[in-house]
Design a protein around this ligand. Structure first.
Ligand SMILES: *Cc1c(COP(=O)(O)O)cnc(C)c1O
Length: 388
């Protein structure tokens, strides 16, 4: 017999899983117990703190090795990485870019930096990410292929790219999505900001399109303070990305020349130093996160009306952020639960407000979003720090 659903039962179950000796339990705190101090001190001692230095090169190499991507370019943050990838993919003013409505606002903002328009699509409960089958049917309906690519028949605008996002570290169902992109001639850019260490069918997320994005913000599984990276398996793209992120400065012993409008997006050495130390601990972080997810799953399997999201058979997830899912019949209790847990010094959060509800994006094109809207009503993110 399961325990009956009640707010008290949920709080009790949470307290059973979480440590008892902490006054406050944050949603996600970083952990620095490797070589962070040594490497950062080395930057200060040698004066190499800025955008050139051995730690940047080392961090990029370690990222490539870890993810299996041929090249990684470290940048100032994940949002900048998205901006560059979209531009590299040829996203131009007036284009539309498909993305889930259930994502962090950075995904949509980066599209706007290019003068393009986000086009919101639905998510599926199985992955918490973009639903490739629903997208295929939708594109069949609203788009047509012309000489210059895929066009939205309703708006007349070109649809240039798709940006799936691996929600809370859980991989999107990539194989059918790759097929949709091929069929409709859409560039695929994975927002893998949350999924470092997550695999789809044995291949690391971020390797399914030509370009993808990681983030090392303070709340991500590995942090550089602020930071991000672009992954690619194409040498020419890697070289151009690096050039664009370095003010498009031409290599020369002394002359200062630039051949494009570039960006100051390169990651400083001092951040990369932190990253090198953090990345060395990633396998251990993932092990601990998967163990915590398992503890949550077991504890809440005894409670009626809720479940802890778990990876699909095709996935190996980093479980960056755990998600409690309320049954639809209990979703009216969500806000009460958020209020009481946060009142008990257990930090919890709802899912992001769906993009099409934000004032700057209300008028963007979108499909039926019933899947994402259901998830929005039902998701509560639980404390997920590595040391819990
Ligand atoms: C964190 C994050 C980003 C980028 O974040 P930065 O803070 O700019 O590094 C982008 N998309 C998603 C889904 C994220 O979670």
């Amino acid at each position: 017999m399961k325990r009956e659903f009640s707010i008290n039962t949920i709080i009790q179950t949470l307290q059973e899983v979480l440590p008892k000796d902490r006054e406050f339990i944050a949603l996600h705190e970083p952990l620095f117990k490797g070589n962070e101090w040594t490497y950062v001190k080395d930057c200060l001692d040698t004066g190499w703190v800025s955008s050139i230095g051995q730690y940047v090169d080392r961090f990029e190499q370690q990222l490539a090795d870890y993810t299996g991507a041929k090249y990684a370019v470290a940048v100032v943050n994940g949002t900048a990485a998205l901006h560059i990838c979209l531009q590299m993919a040829g996203v131009a003013a007036g284009d539309e870019v498909i993305m889930p409505a259930l994502t962090f606002v950075a995904t949509a903002n980066a599209v706007c930096y290019c003068g393009a328009i986000p086009h919101f699509v639905d998510s599926e409960a199985r992955s918490l990410g973009l639903d490739p089958y629903k997208l295929a049917d939708y594109l069949d309906d609203i788009s047509e292929l012309r000489l210059k690519g895929c066009f939205n028949k309703k708006t007349g605008r070109r649809i240039k790219a798709v940006v799936p996002m691996h929600t809370f570290g859980h991989p999107v169902d990539m194989e059918p999505l790759v097929e949709v992109c091929r069929k409709f001639r859409l560039e695929l850019i994975e927002d893998a900001a949350e999924s470092l260490g997550s695999y789809y069918k044995g291949i690391h997320t971020g390797n399914w399109g030509r370009l993808s994005v990681l983030s090392f913000n303070g709340n991500k599984i590995v942090t550089t303070g602020g930071g991000g990276a672009i992954l690619t398996n194409y040498e020419s793209l890697a070289r151009l990305v690096k050039h664009l992120c370095t003010q498009a400065k031409l290599l020369h012993p002394w002359s200062l020349n630039h051949d494009m409008v570039g960006y100051n997006y390169r990651m400083p050495n001092i951040n990369a130093a932190l990253g090198c130390a953090q990345l060395a601990q990633l396998p251990e972080f993932i092990e601990k996160k998967r163990a915590l997810a398992k503890r949550y799953q077991e504890a809440f399997s005894e409670v009626e009306g809720v479940e802890i999201f778990h990876e699909d058979d095709y996935a190996y997830s980093n479980y960056w952020l755990n998600a409690l899912l309320l049954d639809e019949k209990y979703c009216a209790e969500r806000d009460k639960l958020l209020e009481i847990t946060n009142g008990h010094a257990i930090m919890t959060r709802p899912a992001w407000t769906l993009m099409h509800r934000l004032p700057m994006y209300v008028n963007c094109p979108r499909m039926d979003l019933s899947g994402a809207e259901s998830l929005e009503r039902r998701i509560i993110n639980l404390p997920s720090s590595v040391f819990l």
